[in-house]
Design a protein around this ligand. Structure first.
Ligand SMILES: CC(C)(COP(=O)(O)OP(=O)(O)OC[C@H]1O[C@@H](n2cnc3c(N)ncnc32)[C@H](O)[C@@H]1OP(=O)(O)O)[C@@H](O)C(=O)NCCC(=O)NCCS
Length: 224
């Protein structure tokens, strides 16, 4: 009986969510096919670009008033993920912080999430972070630096816990999924795995092919 009540509540929530999603979807900067999001989340709509087969999870908060958020293809969010694309300017003496409207150089930076990423529940991703292809962000992580491809990161501040696979397995995985010109080389993968460290922030996300809803964001892989 309780199960049945739960099920019908879930169905009625979905019945409300779907028609709300249709008009709100067009407010995003751009999006691809099969893009699902919670209409009761908070979004800086025009500054958010999303690829194909993306689910933003339950009640996310994605804010980027003076920067942009780029999300690639086949990205999954757990519940209540937060992305913030800016900091207040806290460096001006003689003024209350809330009265400072001028931004310093790195206060607002794009956030980029490449293809095939899973962001765990309640992760917080800060401005300038680029999350590498195929990586996993642990629940509750605070991500302050960029994430190497295929890393599993966790904690506050987030650190590399391990990589999902060894280099040979990643190469086989990429052979199966990406055209040759988009695959990482053994040398690139080896470098990230040997370092086992987070990567620097990225000032401006080098993204190609953005624009029409029909052509979802192609997030250029990390090159450093
Ligand atoms: C990141 C995650 C996938 C790692 O799983 P895993 O590979 O099985 O990792 P382990 O449990 O073996 O943990 C490895 C280490 O990382 C730590 N760790 C794992 N997840 C962590 C997290 N979210 N925050 C902080 N530390 C974490 C563990 O304590 C362990 O540390 P130790 O080596 O010092 O003991 C998982 O812990 C996680 O956070 N999943 C997200 C779940 C979620 O949000 N689901 C929502 C539904 S979509």
């Amino acid at each position: 009986m309780l199960w049945l009540m739960g099920k019908s509540l879930d169905l009625s929530r979905r019945a409300v969510r779907r028609p709300l999603m249709v008009p709100l979807r067009s407010l995003f900067g751009s999006h691809g096919r099969k893009f699902r999001f919670d209409p009761w989340g908070r979004y800086s709509y025009p500054n958010i670009h999303v690829g194909d087969y993306v689910s933003l999870g339950y009640r996310p908060i994605l804010l980027a008033a003076r920067s942009e958020i780029w999300i690639g293809n086949r990205v999954m969010f757990g519940p209540q993920v937060v992305i913030v694309g800016g900091n207040h300017n806290i460096a001006v003496p003689g003024q209350f912080m809330c009265d400072v409207y001028e931004k310093a150089d790195n206060d607002d930076l794009d956030v980029t999430i490449e293809d095939d990423v899973w962001v765990g529940a309640r992760a917080v991703i800060l401005r300038g972070v680029r999350i590498g292809r195929g990586s996993v962000i642990g629940a509750g992580s605070v991500v302050t630096k960029s994430v190497p491809p295929y890393a599993i990161v966790a904690g506050n501040p987030a650190r590399v816990v391990r990589f999902r696979w060894d280099v040979d397995t990643i190469l086989r995985h990429e052979d199966a999924l990406y055209p040759p010109e988009e695959r990482y080389t053994r040398e690139q993968l080896q470098k990230w795995q040997t370092a086992g460290a987070m990567l620097p922030l990225v000032k401006k996300a080098p993204i190609t092919g953005i624009g029409a809803a029909a052509s979802p964001p192609r997030v250029t892989p990390v090159v450093s």
